[in-house]
Design a protein around this ligand. Sequence first.
Ligand SMILES: [Zn+2]
Length: 234
Amino acid sequence: MFNSKNRFLVIAAHPDDEVLAIGGILTRARDANVEVAVQFLGEGISARFDPGDFGNADYEMAMKTRMDGAKAALNLLGINKVHYENQYCCRFDSLDILDLVKLVECQIVDFNPTHIFTHNPIEVNVDHRITFRVVETATRPKPGLALREVYSFEIPCSGNWTFDDSFKPNLYVDVKEVWDQKIAAWNFYEGEARDFPFPRSVKGLETMAQYRGMQAGLELAEGLRLLRGVVTSD
Ligand SMILES: [Zn+2]
């Protein structure tokens, strides 16, 4: 996975999902000189505002804070290819899915990733669920693309609070050596953390990584689920 010939494309619903889910993996990618691009489909803040307040001063301030956090976090992770699609947060179900699919398809053609990382469908957050469906459609196998592996990841909170089913990783990545980098990146997202036992706390993130680690004989791990893998003859 961490081969400098690979290109990782992360397709996330909101700025901060990339760090919460795979901040350790992205740090390891940085250290291995893997080229990484990130596409955020939504802006991640408008769910906290009434629609009539979209665009007002408080909204713009919240947007700036989130964007500043994303820029600083991704800078730490060595990622400079970032695309913000800025759809309204937690309202992806009011969009035409095809429009989102086309945005992702453009990224896949432009960046030609070998690996794609995105959400899983077993999440409370509607944007996360729809992003999974969008990527499922946008990654339809096509000749000539470099894409070899598509993975889903998990988001604390949205992934922990489902009623029935839960995310089932089948690939575990050791992130012990880079854990401090993940937390440093997370800390750039000002105002997104809350106190433990909220899952999106530093202790919550560590507890999640310890739990995934225990499933794989590791101290701290991030879990992925391989959705499609292709082994070619070259
Ligand atoms: Zn999210």
